[in-house]
Design a protein around this ligand. Structure first.
Ligand code: HEC
Ligand code: HEC
Length: 444
């Protein structure tokens, strides 16, 4: 009994002494707080400022060592990623994109840290609060810039040789053949007015087609190409300036320190490796970690493959019937556009002959005989993984243009309505001219 009492006493004394081991948490008065309406700021202050601000807002029980040490560690890490009391000095667009990321981290259940909510239940973001944040952000509220407003025309066309692009700062090599990979999905990002094609190499495409993507097999490579959106004179939104290409390369062993994937981003038409040093990877893994349940991949590949988690990992709704004369989803893509009036997204695909002509980048790119073009139009729906993005929903129409002789317009077939049945005797002259006039999206 005596021994137990002694040990207990020693424990209490030790704990009391440890209270003095208290490395500081620097604080500042907030000079450049994020600029947002007070309703929005209140939510962030209540739920996020404990960690993501220069203020110190600790509950009494957070002050007790060893809890204090853990909280301090979280706060210092959190500020490195995001500091709402310093965000106000950043450009408006950067503040906006930080808020979009914040909303998505909340929606994905990643923030506030679950272990923090367990002890501070009132820091949980309520559905009403989340709705307030979303209403304020209003994606697609700012229309795309009109064509010509961006510097696209002034851009010197591709002078970089894809074979000599330097590796990323973490050593990940550039994938010089990514343009030949096949699209597995496409997103319309209303949070930053960009379009993205998500492409896969053969291993990735086959894995998506068979539903074998949790986890993705070693050797799978994913690319994401981003373009700025441009409002055309035809009232459609087209891809404008090329922004960047990013890669995720799956190799569970080799990249075990970065969640089984190698990460890289090359920016601008001259494909400059992104980041100041190899630590840029933390940005990638940090933002992809909330979807670790889907092997860190946000995209829902368009695939007919069903599995038990079909709507989580596959976009079945957007698949096309096998009864069509061609399967354009197995082809490469040339460009895309969104029709804001009908809320549809359309992707222009080409068979090998057409793609070769497009990739040759000759000025007078007319499609040679044997080319087949397919314009697939989908309804759009909200991306369940990312607030501010839209992905393809059910297909609305598939149009084919078959070029028999180089000079001629070609022949036209259209499949539409619920079951994508062929429409009889359509005069496709106007549509063929339109489809053939769509300029290929800019690539390095
Ligand atoms: C208990 C401390 C704590 C609270 C409260 C908290 N966070 Fe965090 N947050 C962190 C830490 C720690 C990280 C860095 C995570 C890492 O290193 O992987 C982080 C990272 C982030 C990131 C960057 C994610 C990334 O790595 O790309 C965002 C965005 C974020 N938090 C948003 C929020 C929002 C919004 C709230 C309030 C609703 C919030 N956080 C509340 C601790 C916190
Ligand atoms: C702020 C969050 C965020 C950060 C940071 C981020 N990503 Fe992503 N990433 C996304 C989202 C959301 C998608 C889904 C596609 C889309 O709509 O853009 C995505 C998709 C991708 C894809 C296509 C496969 C997939 O997961 O869907 C690749 C490849 C990719 N990201 C690479 C990177 C690389 C490399 C970095 C770091 C240099 C990075 N990402 C940083 C949010 C992020």
């Amino acid at each position: 009994m005596k021994i137990v009492a002694r040990v207990l006493l020693a424990g209490v004394v030790l704990l009391a002494l440890l209270q003095c081991v208290r490395p500081g948490i620097p604080t500042k008065t907030a000079a450049t707080e994020i600029q947002a309406p007070s309703a929005v700021r209140k939510i962030i202050e209540k739920d996020c400022y404990s960690c993501h601000s220069d203020e110190k807002r600790l509950a009494w029980f957070d002050q007790i060592v060893p809890a204090y040490w853990l909280v301090r560690h979280d706060i210092l890490r959190a500020r490195q990623h995001l500091n709402f009391t310093a965000l106000g000095s950043k450009p408006v667009a950067a503040q906006r994109s930080a808020l979009f990321e914040a909303v998505n981290m909340i929606q994905l259940g990643a923030m506030p840290l679950p272990q923090f909510i367990a002890l501070h239940p009132d820091a949980r973001v309520t559905p009403e609060e989340l709705a307030t944040l979303k209403t304020y952000l209003a994606p697609w509220g700012q229309p795309a810039a009109p064509a010509g407003a961006s510097a696209m025309k002034a851009d010197t066309p591709a002078t970089v040789s894809l074979a000599s692009v330097p590796p990323e700062l973490n050593g990940l090599p550039f994938e010089s053949d990514f343009e030949n990979w096949k699209p597995i999905s496409v997103t319309d990002r209303g949070d930053n007015n960009t379009f993205r094609f998500i492409l896969g190499n053969d291993i990735a495409v086959n894995a998506a087609a068979s539903g074998n993507i949790s986890p993705w097999p070693d050797g799978a490579r994913l690319a994401k190409i981003a373009w700025q959106q441009e409002l055309g004179e035809d009232a459609l939104v087209h891809p404008g300036k090329f922004v960047q290409v990013e890669f995720m390369v799956r190799d569970a062993q080799r990249y075990k320190d970065t969640d089984g994937w190698g990460w890289g981003r090359w920016r601008g038409i001259d494909l400059k490796p992104y980041g100041g040093d190899a630590h840029f990877v933390k940005e990638c893994t940090g933002c992809h970690r909330p979807v670790r349940g889907d092997d860190y991949v946000y995209t829902l590949p368009i695939s007919a493959a069903k599995n038990s988690r079909a709507e989580v990992v596959n976009n079945n709704a957007a698949g096309l019937p096998t009864s069509l004369p061609y399967q354009p989803l197995a082809w490469s893509a040339i460009t895309l556009y969104v029709d804001p009036a009908t809320r549809t997204i359309a992707v222009l695909y080409g068979n090998d002959v057409a793609i070769r002509a497009v990739r040759s980048r000759s000025e007078s790119s007319t499609y040679p005989a044997g080319s087949v073009l397919a314009l697939v139009t989908w309804a759009q729906r909200e991306d369940p993984h990312w607030f501010g993005a839209r992905i393809p929903d059910n297909p609305r129409a598939v149009e084919f243009v078959q070029v028999a002789a180089a000079g001629s317009l070609g022949s036209y077939r259209r499949f539409a309505e619920e079951s994508l049945l062929e429409e009889a005797s359509v005069d496709g002259g106007k549509r063929m001219e339109f489809i053939r006039s769509l300029a290929p999206a800019q690539l390095p």
